[in-house]
Ligand binder design. Structure first.
Ligand code: CMC
Length: 429
């Protein structure tokens, strides 16, 4: 195997090194390209661009493989907890008993947000999307917790990590309470991470609330499955914002905004909206497929397709199987599950989807599980944020401490006007 490639430009030959990852992934290292040749590369959407070397998550999109720190996501979904998986992603190994207990205690300790921040919620209209609230509240944390904002100080960063993980959960649950006009429910630190979230979401001061262990298990599994996905749009955003040495809260807030879009995490809400629409229209899944294939329409089959997976998304496989299970255990029925299954079946036997290798992704069935848990649809992407948070943190931390952390600053090919004269306003037509 060669460890370099040759590039011929204008009769001159340049040698570029090859980098090979631990799973035999290959890259041409072009870091010296512009200096040596005057050329840059163009890769809109970054489909061929490696922005970093990372040891956190491995994906083989052709085979449908996803591993966190080498451990298959299906195994973690079955055996781990979200807190343990978060530790694994951030610190690179499964925690020992004492590491896990220490980490869990820190998450407990930091569960409250500054009381003054509760007033912020009063300023939002009741129609505000919880993602708008979440992103601004997370950024606002940097105004309150000013003692640990230096991204280059490892001690400060370590102090900040459990704070972000714990407080984002509280902010998310409070946003829901505010949106339905109920008083916020303070965290109860005797509860586990997922129990505490369900408690803050669904308890009311006037009645006892019993936490359903099936709901806790389902939530744990969903959060684990969303916990990291290497250099996706929101994680790349967190890295890019973090590369300017912006603090962790600010970088995460930017990630939340990137996730909100319907091509990314916002798809889970759009999927359920689409399924509801199909139900209203007499459950005609073929009409939805037809619209998705129509190049004159902007409609896409939400929850289908992926930049990296050209095979069934392993996360969708687990969630699809878990949907039935959860509905049975909660003794609930959901007509949307039936529609989703029919839609999937029709799409997977349609040449348009087969030729383009479009399969259900993580968002296709997750909304149905959130519905079963009683979570309203405008909170689905908030749930995705909660799940993706350890991944964002792990990448931000890796970028600052393990890796090469130059500021992210892509180039461009300029296609605008060449030198133009400034014409006074009276001379313009
Ligand atoms: N419905 C209909 N056609 C599609 C779809 C879809 N969901 N996804 C891709 N295509 C077509 C697309 O029109 C293109 O066709 P053609 O070759 O004829 O121009 C071809 O498939 C390749 O698509 P692309 O847009 O070049 O693929 P991409 O890698 O740029 O986009 C995607 C990936 C996820 C944005 C896209 O598949 C999509 O918009 N899916 C629906 C939204 C969605 O479910 N997003 C969640 C993604 S997974 C979780 C996450 O990352 O947050």
């Amino acid at each position: 195997m060669n460890n370099s490639v040759e590039l011929k430009i204008e009769g001159k030959t340049y040698t570029l090194p090859i980098i090979i990852g631990s799973q035999d992934e290959k890259a041409i290292d072009i870091r010296t390209l512009r200096n040596e040749t005057g050329y840059i590369t163009i890769d809109s959407g970054y489909g061929n661009t490696g922005s970093c070397q990372s040891s956190i998550t491995y994906i083989d999109g052709e085979k449908g493989i996803l591993r966190y720190r080498g451990i298959p996501v299906e195994v973690l979904a079955e055996k781990s907890t979200f807190v343990e998986t978060s530790y694994l992603l951030i610190y690179g190994h499964l925690p020992t008993k004492s590491e896990l207990s220490d980490f869990s205690n820190k998450l407990r300790y930091h569960s409250l947000i500054h009381e003054d921040m509760l007033h912020f919620y009063d300023g939002y209209p009741s129609t505000a999307h919880p993602m708008a609230i979440l992103s601004s509240m997370v950024c606002s944390l940097s105004a309150y917790y000013t003692d640990s904002l230096d991204p280059k100080d490892l001690e400060q960063v370590e102090h900040l990590i459990p704070r972000v993980l714990s407080k984002l959960r509280t902010i998310a649950a409070y946003s829901f309470k505010k949106s339905i006009g109920q008083p916020v429910i303070y965290p109860k630190n005797s509860l586990s991470y997922c129990e505490n979230f369900l408690h803050m979401m669904f308890a009311v001061p006037s009645e006892p609330y019993e936490i359903n262990p099936e709901a806790v298990a389902a939530l744990n599994m969903l959060l684990i499955l969303h916990a990291d996905h290497e250099q996706n749009c929101s994680t790349s955003t967190v890295r890019l914002v973090g590369s300017s040495d912006a603090n962790l809260f600010a970088s995460i807030a930017a990630g939340v905004c990137a996730l909100w879009g319907p091509k990314h995490g916002g798809a889970n809400q759009s999927v359920v909206e689409m399924l509801v629409e199909i139900e209203k229209n007499g459950r005609d899944v073929n009409a939805a497929l037809k619209a998705a294939k129509d190049k004159n329409s902007t409609f896409r089959l939400m929850g289908f397709g992926h930049r990296v997976y050209k095979n069934y998304d392993p996360r969708a496989k687990v969630i699809k199987a878990a949907c039935d299970n959860l509905l049975n255990k909660l003794k609930k029925k959901d007509p949307l599950l039936d529609i989703a299954r029919k839609l999937e079946e029709a799409a997977l036997s349609d040449s348009y989807f087969v030729e383009r290798k479009l399969f259900p992704n993580v968002d296709f069935y997750s909304g149905i599980m959130y519905r079963a848990l009683g979570i309203p649809k405008n909170m689905y992407t908030v749930m995705f944020s909660l799940g993706r948070l350890p991944g964002w943190i792990a990448h931000w931390r890796e970028m600052h401490f393990d890796n090469d952390d130059r500021i992210g600053r892509p180039r461009q090919i300029y296609t605008g006007e060449t030198l133009q004269e400034y014409r006074p306003i009276g001379d313009r037509n």
